[in-house]
Design a protein around this ligand. Structure first.
Ligand code: ARG
Length: 469
Protein backbone atom coordinates (compact mmCIF):
# COMPACT_ATOMS: atom_id res chain seq x y z
CA UNK A 1 0.00 0.00 0.00
CA UNK A 2 1.43 3.35 -1.02
CA UNK A 3 0.92 6.42 1.16
CA UNK A 4 2.31 8.94 -1.31
CA UNK A 5 0.15 12.08 -1.47
CA UNK A 6 -2.20 11.89 -4.46
CA UNK A 7 -4.24 14.44 -6.33
CA UNK A 8 -7.83 13.92 -5.25
CA UNK A 9 -10.41 13.41 -8.00
CA UNK A 10 -12.69 15.66 -5.92
CA UNK A 11 -10.01 18.25 -5.05
CA UNK A 12 -11.15 21.16 -7.23
CA UNK A 13 -12.76 23.26 -4.51
CA UNK A 14 -10.20 22.53 -1.79
CA UNK A 15 -7.32 24.76 -0.70
CA UNK A 16 -5.79 22.56 2.00
CA UNK A 17 -4.58 18.98 1.78
CA UNK A 18 -6.42 16.24 3.68
CA UNK A 19 -4.99 15.63 7.13
CA UNK A 20 -2.72 12.59 6.85
CA UNK A 21 -4.35 10.77 9.73
CA UNK A 22 -7.83 11.45 8.38
CA UNK A 23 -6.77 10.31 4.95
CA UNK A 24 -5.63 6.93 6.23
CA UNK A 25 -8.44 6.58 8.73
CA UNK A 26 -11.29 7.23 6.36
CA UNK A 27 -9.91 5.09 3.54
CA UNK A 28 -11.70 1.84 2.74
CA UNK A 29 -9.17 0.53 0.23
CA UNK A 30 -7.65 -1.90 2.74
CA UNK A 31 -10.86 -3.94 2.64
CA UNK A 32 -12.82 -2.83 -0.41
CA UNK A 33 -10.05 -3.92 -2.77
CA UNK A 34 -11.80 -7.25 -2.83
CA UNK A 35 -14.42 -5.47 -4.96
CA UNK A 36 -11.81 -4.76 -7.67
CA UNK A 37 -12.95 -7.41 -10.15
CA UNK A 38 -16.64 -6.48 -9.94
CA UNK A 39 -15.81 -2.77 -9.96
CA UNK A 40 -14.08 -3.23 -13.30
CA UNK A 41 -16.85 -5.43 -14.74
CA UNK A 42 -19.38 -2.74 -13.76
CA UNK A 43 -17.23 0.01 -15.28
CA UNK A 44 -16.87 -1.86 -18.56
CA UNK A 45 -20.65 -2.28 -18.87
CA UNK A 46 -21.11 1.41 -18.02
CA UNK A 47 -18.51 2.38 -20.65
CA UNK A 48 -20.19 0.24 -23.33
CA UNK A 49 -23.46 1.99 -22.61
CA UNK A 50 -21.83 5.44 -22.76
CA UNK A 51 -20.57 4.59 -26.26
CA UNK A 52 -23.86 3.09 -27.43
CA UNK A 53 -25.77 6.14 -26.27
CA UNK A 54 -23.30 8.51 -27.96
CA UNK A 55 -22.34 10.05 -24.59
CA UNK A 56 -18.63 9.24 -25.03
CA UNK A 57 -17.09 8.60 -28.50
CA UNK A 58 -16.66 4.94 -29.40
CA UNK A 59 -12.88 5.13 -29.93
CA UNK A 60 -12.39 6.68 -26.50
CA UNK A 61 -14.52 4.02 -24.86
CA UNK A 62 -12.41 1.41 -26.62
CA UNK A 63 -9.26 2.88 -25.05
CA UNK A 64 -10.95 2.99 -21.64
CA UNK A 65 -12.14 -0.61 -21.84
CA UNK A 66 -8.75 -1.89 -23.01
CA UNK A 67 -7.06 -0.10 -20.12
CA UNK A 68 -9.61 -1.48 -17.64
CA UNK A 69 -8.74 -4.98 -18.83
CA UNK A 70 -5.07 -4.23 -18.22
CA UNK A 71 -5.83 -2.88 -14.77
CA UNK A 72 -7.69 -6.09 -13.97
CA UNK A 73 -4.55 -8.00 -15.00
CA UNK A 74 -2.39 -5.81 -12.79
CA UNK A 75 -4.67 -6.40 -9.82
CA UNK A 76 -4.85 -10.14 -10.45
CA UNK A 77 -1.09 -10.49 -10.77
CA UNK A 78 -0.43 -8.29 -7.74
CA UNK A 79 1.46 -5.53 -9.54
CA UNK A 80 -1.21 -2.88 -8.93
CA UNK A 81 -0.21 -0.39 -6.22
CA UNK A 82 -3.17 0.55 -4.04
CA UNK A 83 -3.10 3.92 -2.36
CA UNK A 84 -4.71 5.09 0.88
CA UNK A 85 -4.73 8.61 -0.42
CA UNK A 86 -7.13 7.46 -3.15
CA UNK A 87 -9.60 6.31 -0.48
CA UNK A 88 -11.34 3.39 -2.08
CA UNK A 89 -11.29 0.89 -4.90
CA UNK A 90 -13.30 3.15 -7.21
CA UNK A 91 -10.84 6.04 -7.07
CA UNK A 92 -7.81 3.74 -7.14
CA UNK A 93 -9.00 2.17 -10.39
CA UNK A 94 -10.00 5.51 -11.89
CA UNK A 95 -6.64 7.12 -11.06
CA UNK A 96 -4.79 4.23 -12.67
CA UNK A 97 -7.04 4.50 -15.72
CA UNK A 98 -6.15 8.18 -16.13
CA UNK A 99 -2.49 7.25 -15.65
CA UNK A 100 -2.77 4.87 -18.54
CA UNK A 101 -4.95 6.67 -21.09
CA UNK A 102 -4.69 10.28 -19.98
CA UNK A 103 -7.58 12.71 -19.75
CA UNK A 104 -9.90 10.40 -21.72
CA UNK A 105 -9.94 8.15 -18.65
CA UNK A 106 -11.74 10.94 -16.84
CA UNK A 107 -14.77 10.40 -19.08
CA UNK A 108 -15.62 7.01 -17.56
CA UNK A 109 -17.24 8.65 -14.56
CA UNK A 110 -19.74 10.53 -16.78
CA UNK A 111 -23.34 9.88 -15.64
CA UNK A 112 -22.15 7.95 -12.61
CA UNK A 113 -21.34 8.56 -8.96
CA UNK A 114 -19.40 6.49 -6.49
CA UNK A 115 -22.69 6.15 -4.66
CA UNK A 116 -24.43 4.14 -7.36
CA UNK A 117 -21.11 2.53 -8.27
CA UNK A 118 -20.46 1.10 -4.79
CA UNK A 119 -24.05 -0.09 -4.48
CA UNK A 120 -23.64 -1.89 -7.81
CA UNK A 121 -20.30 -3.39 -6.82
CA UNK A 122 -21.65 -4.83 -3.57
CA UNK A 123 -24.56 -6.41 -5.37
CA UNK A 124 -22.32 -7.89 -8.06
CA UNK A 125 -19.96 -9.19 -5.42
CA UNK A 126 -22.70 -10.70 -3.27
CA UNK A 127 -24.32 -12.34 -6.24
CA UNK A 128 -21.23 -14.51 -6.73
CA UNK A 129 -20.86 -15.18 -3.03
CA UNK A 130 -24.50 -16.15 -2.61
CA UNK A 131 -24.25 -18.58 -5.53
CA UNK A 132 -21.12 -20.13 -4.06
CA UNK A 133 -22.70 -20.42 -0.61
CA UNK A 134 -25.79 -22.00 -2.15
CA UNK A 135 -23.67 -24.66 -3.79
CA UNK A 136 -21.99 -25.32 -0.47
CA UNK A 137 -25.39 -25.75 1.19
CA UNK A 138 -26.36 -28.29 -1.46
CA UNK A 139 -23.09 -30.14 -0.83
CA UNK A 140 -23.89 -30.29 2.88
CA UNK A 141 -27.40 -31.51 2.10
CA UNK A 142 -25.93 -34.31 -0.06
CA UNK A 143 -23.63 -35.41 2.76
CA UNK A 144 -26.50 -35.36 5.25
CA UNK A 145 -28.68 -37.44 2.94
CA UNK A 146 -25.90 -39.98 2.29
CA UNK A 147 -25.27 -40.33 6.00
CA UNK A 148 -29.00 -40.52 6.71
CA UNK A 149 -29.36 -43.38 4.27
CA UNK A 150 -26.37 -45.21 5.76
CA UNK A 151 -27.88 -44.77 9.25
CA UNK A 152 -31.55 -45.30 8.46
CA UNK A 153 -31.74 -48.26 10.86
CA UNK A 154 -29.29 -47.15 13.51
CA UNK A 155 -31.31 -46.67 16.68
CA UNK A 156 -30.29 -43.52 18.54
CA UNK A 157 -31.49 -41.85 21.73
CA UNK A 158 -33.96 -39.02 21.22
CA UNK A 159 -34.09 -36.29 23.84
CA UNK A 160 -36.40 -33.57 25.01
CA UNK A 161 -35.10 -31.32 27.81
CA UNK A 162 -31.88 -33.35 27.33
CA UNK A 163 -33.70 -36.22 29.09
CA UNK A 164 -34.22 -39.53 27.31
CA UNK A 165 -37.53 -39.21 25.48
CA UNK A 166 -38.14 -41.72 22.69
CA UNK A 167 -35.79 -43.68 20.46
CA UNK A 168 -35.22 -42.42 16.94
CA UNK A 169 -32.96 -43.62 14.17
CA UNK A 170 -29.83 -41.57 13.54
CA UNK A 171 -30.77 -41.05 9.89
CA UNK A 172 -33.94 -39.30 11.03
CA UNK A 173 -31.96 -36.98 13.24
CA UNK A 174 -29.66 -36.11 10.32
CA UNK A 175 -32.60 -35.42 8.05
CA UNK A 176 -33.83 -32.83 10.54
CA UNK A 177 -30.69 -30.87 9.65
CA UNK A 178 -31.27 -31.58 5.98
CA UNK A 179 -34.62 -29.78 6.32
CA UNK A 180 -33.05 -26.79 8.07
CA UNK A 181 -30.39 -26.49 5.39
CA UNK A 182 -33.04 -26.80 2.67
CA UNK A 183 -34.83 -23.77 4.17
CA UNK A 184 -31.51 -21.94 4.41
CA UNK A 185 -31.00 -22.59 0.72
CA UNK A 186 -34.46 -21.23 -0.03
CA UNK A 187 -33.71 -18.09 1.97
CA UNK A 188 -30.56 -17.44 -0.04
CA UNK A 189 -32.45 -17.94 -3.30
CA UNK A 190 -35.07 -15.49 -2.09
CA UNK A 191 -32.49 -12.90 -1.02
CA UNK A 192 -30.82 -13.31 -4.40
CA UNK A 193 -33.94 -12.17 -6.24
CA UNK A 194 -34.00 -8.81 -4.46
CA UNK A 195 -30.22 -8.55 -4.63
CA UNK A 196 -30.18 -8.89 -8.39
CA UNK A 197 -31.43 -5.38 -9.25
CA UNK A 198 -29.14 -2.73 -10.70
CA UNK A 199 -28.65 0.58 -8.84
CA UNK A 200 -26.27 2.08 -11.45
CA UNK A 201 -27.87 5.10 -13.09
CA UNK A 202 -29.12 6.46 -9.78
CA UNK A 203 -26.17 8.86 -9.89
CA UNK A 204 -25.28 10.55 -6.62
CA UNK A 205 -28.94 10.45 -5.53
CA UNK A 206 -31.20 12.17 -8.05
CA UNK A 207 -30.53 10.37 -11.32
CA UNK A 208 -28.55 11.80 -14.21
CA UNK A 209 -28.91 14.47 -16.90
CA UNK A 210 -27.37 12.18 -19.55
CA UNK A 211 -29.51 9.97 -21.83
CA UNK A 212 -28.32 6.70 -20.28
CA UNK A 213 -29.80 3.26 -20.93
CA UNK A 214 -29.98 1.55 -17.56
CA UNK A 215 -31.75 -1.50 -18.92
CA UNK A 216 -28.88 -2.14 -21.34
CA UNK A 217 -26.38 -2.04 -18.46
CA UNK A 218 -28.62 -4.34 -16.42
CA UNK A 219 -28.77 -6.78 -19.33
CA UNK A 220 -25.01 -6.76 -19.87
CA UNK A 221 -24.38 -7.39 -16.16
CA UNK A 222 -27.06 -10.06 -15.85
CA UNK A 223 -29.34 -8.14 -13.47
CA UNK A 224 -33.05 -9.00 -13.53
CA UNK A 225 -34.05 -5.34 -13.45
CA UNK A 226 -33.10 -1.89 -12.19
CA UNK A 227 -33.71 -0.13 -8.86
CA UNK A 228 -36.68 2.05 -9.72
CA UNK A 229 -36.01 5.04 -7.48
CA UNK A 230 -32.64 6.78 -7.55
CA UNK A 231 -32.71 7.80 -3.87
CA UNK A 232 -33.58 4.27 -2.84
CA UNK A 233 -31.04 2.80 -5.25
CA UNK A 234 -28.10 4.48 -3.52
CA UNK A 235 -29.50 4.24 0.04
CA UNK A 236 -30.76 0.69 0.14
CA UNK A 237 -28.75 -1.90 2.02
CA UNK A 238 -31.77 -4.10 2.80
CA UNK A 239 -30.35 -6.72 0.49
CA UNK A 240 -27.22 -6.95 2.61
CA UNK A 241 -29.12 -7.07 5.89
CA UNK A 242 -31.45 -9.69 4.53
CA UNK A 243 -28.50 -11.77 3.47
CA UNK A 244 -26.88 -11.40 6.89
CA UNK A 245 -30.14 -12.55 8.48
CA UNK A 246 -30.15 -15.62 6.23
CA UNK A 247 -26.48 -16.24 7.07
CA UNK A 248 -27.26 -15.87 10.76
CA UNK A 249 -29.89 -18.58 10.53
CA UNK A 250 -27.41 -20.84 8.76
CA UNK A 251 -25.11 -20.27 11.74
CA UNK A 252 -27.93 -21.02 14.19
CA UNK A 253 -28.39 -24.37 12.49
CA UNK A 254 -24.68 -25.16 12.25
CA UNK A 255 -24.25 -24.15 15.86
CA UNK A 256 -27.00 -26.48 17.05
CA UNK A 257 -25.49 -29.35 15.09
CA UNK A 258 -22.06 -28.42 16.45
CA UNK A 259 -23.39 -28.47 20.02
CA UNK A 260 -24.86 -31.93 19.47
CA UNK A 261 -21.56 -33.19 18.05
CA UNK A 262 -19.75 -31.88 21.11
CA UNK A 263 -22.18 -33.71 23.41
CA UNK A 264 -22.37 -36.91 21.39
CA UNK A 265 -18.59 -37.21 21.11
CA UNK A 266 -18.00 -36.56 24.80
CA UNK A 267 -16.75 -39.80 26.47
CA UNK A 268 -19.72 -40.18 28.88
CA UNK A 269 -22.01 -40.23 25.83
CA UNK A 270 -19.60 -41.87 23.34
CA UNK A 271 -22.31 -41.88 20.68
CA UNK A 272 -20.25 -40.71 17.72
CA UNK A 273 -16.66 -40.63 16.58
CA UNK A 274 -15.45 -37.42 14.94
CA UNK A 275 -12.90 -37.92 12.15
CA UNK A 276 -9.38 -37.36 13.52
CA UNK A 277 -8.63 -34.70 10.94
CA UNK A 278 -11.27 -32.57 12.62
CA UNK A 279 -10.08 -32.99 16.20
CA UNK A 280 -7.12 -31.71 18.17
CA UNK A 281 -5.24 -32.89 21.24
CA UNK A 282 -4.37 -31.19 24.51
CA UNK A 283 -0.88 -29.92 25.25
CA UNK A 284 -1.09 -31.30 28.80
CA UNK A 285 -3.68 -34.11 28.91
CA UNK A 286 -2.46 -36.94 26.67
CA UNK A 287 -5.83 -38.71 26.54
CA UNK A 288 -7.70 -35.77 25.00
CA UNK A 289 -9.32 -35.66 21.61
CA UNK A 290 -11.08 -32.33 21.54
CA UNK A 291 -13.95 -31.41 19.24
CA UNK A 292 -12.40 -28.06 18.31
CA UNK A 293 -14.08 -27.83 14.92
CA UNK A 294 -17.67 -28.01 16.18
CA UNK A 295 -16.76 -25.78 19.12
CA UNK A 296 -15.32 -23.17 16.81
CA UNK A 297 -18.37 -23.32 14.54
CA UNK A 298 -20.58 -22.83 17.59
CA UNK A 299 -18.41 -19.87 18.58
CA UNK A 300 -18.30 -18.34 15.11
CA UNK A 301 -22.07 -18.03 15.10
CA UNK A 302 -21.59 -15.12 17.52
CA UNK A 303 -19.59 -13.08 15.08
CA UNK A 304 -22.10 -13.54 12.29
CA UNK A 305 -24.95 -12.40 14.58
CA UNK A 306 -22.69 -9.48 15.49
CA UNK A 307 -22.27 -8.65 11.81
CA UNK A 308 -26.05 -8.62 11.35
CA UNK A 309 -26.51 -6.41 14.41
CA UNK A 310 -23.77 -4.07 13.18
CA UNK A 311 -25.48 -3.56 9.85
CA UNK A 312 -28.96 -3.10 11.31
CA UNK A 313 -27.61 -0.54 13.73
CA UNK A 314 -25.57 1.17 11.03
CA UNK A 315 -28.61 1.72 8.81
CA UNK A 316 -31.40 2.45 11.23
CA UNK A 317 -30.98 6.19 11.70
CA UNK A 318 -29.56 7.24 8.35
CA UNK A 319 -31.35 9.96 6.44
CA UNK A 320 -31.58 9.51 2.66
CA UNK A 321 -29.50 9.28 0.58
CA UNK A 322 -25.82 8.14 0.77
CA UNK A 323 -23.95 8.83 4.00
CA UNK A 324 -20.32 8.00 4.67
CA UNK A 325 -21.49 5.78 7.54
CA UNK A 326 -22.45 3.32 4.84
CA UNK A 327 -18.82 2.61 4.07
CA UNK A 328 -19.01 0.60 7.32
CA UNK A 329 -21.30 -1.91 5.60
CA UNK A 330 -18.45 -3.81 3.99
CA UNK A 331 -16.43 -5.35 6.79
CA UNK A 332 -19.36 -7.04 8.56
CA UNK A 333 -20.69 -8.25 5.24
CA UNK A 334 -17.36 -9.67 4.10
CA UNK A 335 -16.71 -11.15 7.51
CA UNK A 336 -20.06 -12.94 7.58
CA UNK A 337 -19.66 -14.32 4.07
CA UNK A 338 -16.12 -15.54 4.81
CA UNK A 339 -17.12 -17.03 8.15
CA UNK A 340 -20.11 -18.92 6.80
CA UNK A 341 -18.12 -20.18 3.82
CA UNK A 342 -15.43 -21.65 6.07
CA UNK A 343 -17.89 -23.07 8.58
CA UNK A 344 -19.77 -24.82 5.77
CA UNK A 345 -16.52 -26.27 4.43
CA UNK A 346 -15.60 -27.54 7.90
CA UNK A 347 -18.97 -29.03 8.84
CA UNK A 348 -19.42 -30.72 5.45
CA UNK A 349 -16.07 -32.47 5.71
CA UNK A 350 -16.69 -33.41 9.31
CA UNK A 351 -20.17 -34.82 8.67
CA UNK A 352 -18.90 -36.87 5.72
CA UNK A 353 -16.40 -38.58 8.04
CA UNK A 354 -18.66 -38.96 11.06
CA UNK A 355 -19.17 -42.49 12.40
CA UNK A 356 -21.67 -43.69 14.98
CA UNK A 357 -21.09 -46.17 17.82
CA UNK A 358 -24.20 -48.18 17.01
CA UNK A 359 -24.13 -50.45 20.09
CA UNK A 360 -23.67 -47.58 22.45
CA UNK A 361 -26.42 -45.62 20.70
CA UNK A 362 -28.80 -48.56 21.03
CA UNK A 363 -27.90 -48.93 24.70
CA UNK A 364 -28.57 -45.26 25.46
CA UNK A 365 -31.70 -45.26 23.30
CA UNK A 366 -33.22 -47.92 25.53
CA UNK A 367 -32.21 -46.37 28.84
CA UNK A 368 -34.41 -44.07 30.85
CA UNK A 369 -37.64 -45.94 30.03
CA UNK A 370 -37.59 -44.65 26.48
CA UNK A 371 -40.33 -47.07 25.43
CA UNK A 372 -42.81 -45.88 28.08
CA UNK A 373 -44.89 -44.02 25.49
CA UNK A 374 -45.10 -47.18 23.39
CA UNK A 375 -46.51 -49.09 26.35
CA UNK A 376 -49.07 -46.34 26.97
CA UNK A 377 -50.03 -46.41 23.28
CA UNK A 378 -50.44 -50.19 23.45
CA UNK A 379 -52.80 -49.84 26.44
CA UNK A 380 -54.80 -47.22 24.54
CA UNK A 381 -55.27 -49.81 21.79
CA UNK A 382 -56.92 -52.11 24.40
CA UNK A 383 -59.49 -49.37 25.03
CA UNK A 384 -57.95 -47.46 27.93
CA UNK A 385 -58.18 -43.63 27.68
CA UNK A 386 -54.68 -42.17 27.09
CA UNK A 387 -54.63 -40.27 30.39
CA UNK A 388 -55.33 -43.51 32.35
CA UNK A 389 -52.71 -45.36 30.32
CA UNK A 390 -50.22 -42.59 31.10
CA UNK A 391 -50.96 -42.98 34.82
CA UNK A 392 -50.56 -46.78 34.72
CA UNK A 393 -47.24 -46.60 32.89
CA UNK A 394 -46.02 -43.85 35.20
CA UNK A 395 -46.60 -46.17 38.16
CA UNK A 396 -44.78 -49.00 36.38
CA UNK A 397 -41.84 -46.70 35.69
CA UNK A 398 -41.67 -45.80 39.39
CA UNK A 399 -41.73 -49.49 40.26
CA UNK A 400 -39.03 -50.37 37.73
CA UNK A 401 -36.91 -47.47 38.89
CA UNK A 402 -37.19 -48.65 42.52
CA UNK A 403 -36.27 -52.18 41.44
CA UNK A 404 -33.39 -50.92 39.33
CA UNK A 405 -34.66 -52.67 36.23
CA UNK A 406 -36.16 -51.82 32.86
CA UNK A 407 -39.91 -51.84 32.09
CA UNK A 408 -39.50 -55.01 30.01
CA UNK A 409 -37.94 -56.78 33.01
CA UNK A 410 -40.95 -56.28 35.32
CA UNK A 411 -43.18 -59.31 35.91
CA UNK A 412 -46.30 -59.40 33.73
CA UNK A 413 -48.58 -59.10 36.80
CA UNK A 414 -47.13 -55.71 37.54
CA UNK A 415 -49.08 -54.57 34.50
CA UNK A 416 -52.26 -56.61 34.90
CA UNK A 417 -52.67 -55.47 38.52
CA UNK A 418 -52.92 -51.89 37.31
CA UNK A 419 -54.66 -52.54 33.98
CA UNK A 420 -56.73 -55.71 34.42
CA UNK A 421 -57.75 -55.99 30.77
CA UNK A 422 -54.21 -55.78 29.45
CA UNK A 423 -52.14 -58.58 27.95
CA UNK A 424 -49.42 -59.41 30.51
CA UNK A 425 -47.03 -60.00 27.65
CA UNK A 426 -47.19 -56.37 26.46
CA UNK A 427 -44.34 -55.44 28.78
CA UNK A 428 -42.00 -57.95 27.24
CA UNK A 429 -42.74 -56.86 23.72
CA UNK A 430 -41.24 -53.42 24.33
CA UNK A 431 -38.10 -52.92 22.22
CA UNK A 432 -36.40 -49.87 20.78
CA UNK A 433 -36.66 -51.36 17.30
CA UNK A 434 -40.38 -51.88 17.75
CA UNK A 435 -40.67 -48.34 19.02
CA UNK A 436 -39.03 -46.70 16.00
CA UNK A 437 -40.66 -49.03 13.46
CA UNK A 438 -44.08 -48.12 14.86
CA UNK A 439 -43.60 -44.41 14.10
CA UNK A 440 -44.41 -44.98 10.48
CA UNK A 441 -46.68 -42.02 9.74
CA UNK A 442 -45.41 -39.31 7.41
CA UNK A 443 -42.46 -37.45 8.97
CA UNK A 444 -41.88 -40.12 11.64
CA UNK A 445 -38.69 -41.96 12.54
CA UNK A 446 -39.57 -45.45 11.22
CA UNK A 447 -36.67 -46.64 9.03
CA UNK A 448 -39.08 -47.09 6.11
CA UNK A 449 -40.18 -43.45 6.46
CA UNK A 450 -36.58 -42.29 6.69
CA UNK A 451 -35.70 -44.13 3.49
CA UNK A 452 -38.74 -42.55 1.85
CA UNK A 453 -37.54 -39.12 2.99
CA UNK A 454 -34.06 -39.91 1.65
CA UNK A 455 -35.60 -40.71 -1.75
CA UNK A 456 -37.58 -37.45 -1.75
CA UNK A 457 -34.49 -35.48 -0.74
CA UNK A 458 -32.46 -36.99 -3.56
CA UNK A 459 -35.13 -36.04 -6.08
CA UNK A 460 -35.25 -32.49 -4.68
CA UNK A 461 -31.47 -32.21 -4.87
CA UNK A 462 -31.41 -33.50 -8.45
CA UNK A 463 -34.11 -31.11 -9.60
CA UNK A 464 -32.51 -28.41 -7.61
CA UNK A 465 -32.41 -25.76 -10.23
CA UNK A 466 -31.35 -22.41 -8.98
CA UNK A 467 -31.67 -19.14 -10.85
CA UNK A 468 -28.36 -18.19 -9.36
CA UNK A 469 -25.39 -18.52 -11.60
N1 ARG B 1 -15.93 4.05 -0.30
C1 ARG B 1 -17.28 4.51 -0.32
C2 ARG B 1 -18.18 3.49 0.36
O1 ARG B 1 -17.80 2.39 0.41
C3 ARG B 1 -17.73 4.70 -1.73
C4 ARG B 1 -18.83 5.71 -1.88
C5 ARG B 1 -18.30 7.03 -1.52
N2 ARG B 1 -19.18 8.06 -1.87
C6 ARG B 1 -19.00 9.31 -1.39
N3 ARG B 1 -19.83 10.20 -1.78
N4 ARG B 1 -18.07 9.59 -0.52
O2 ARG B 1 -19.23 3.79 0.83
Amino acid sequence: MSDKPQKKPWGGRFHDATDRFVERWQASIAYDQRLAAVDIVGSIAHAHMLAKQGIVPVDEVEQIVAALHEIREEIETGTFVFSDALEDIHMNVEARLIDKVGAVGGKLHTARSRNDQVATDIRLYLRDEVSALSHQLVELQRVLVDQAEAHAEVVFPGFTHMQTAQPVVFGHHLLAYYEMVARDHGRLADAYRRLNQLPLGAGALAGTTFPIDRLAVARELGFDGVCRNSLDGVSDRDFAIELLAALSLIMVHLSRLAEELVLWSSPPFRLVHLPEGYCTGSSIMPQKRNPDVPELIRGKSGRVFGDLTALLTLMKGLPLAYNKDMQEDKEPLFDAVDTVRDCLTAITGLMAGLTVHGDRARELAGQGFATATDLADALVRTGLPFRDAHEVVGKLVARAEAAGCDLAELPGEALTELAPGADADLLHKLTVDGSVAARAALGGTAPAQVLEAVRDARIALKHHNSKMR
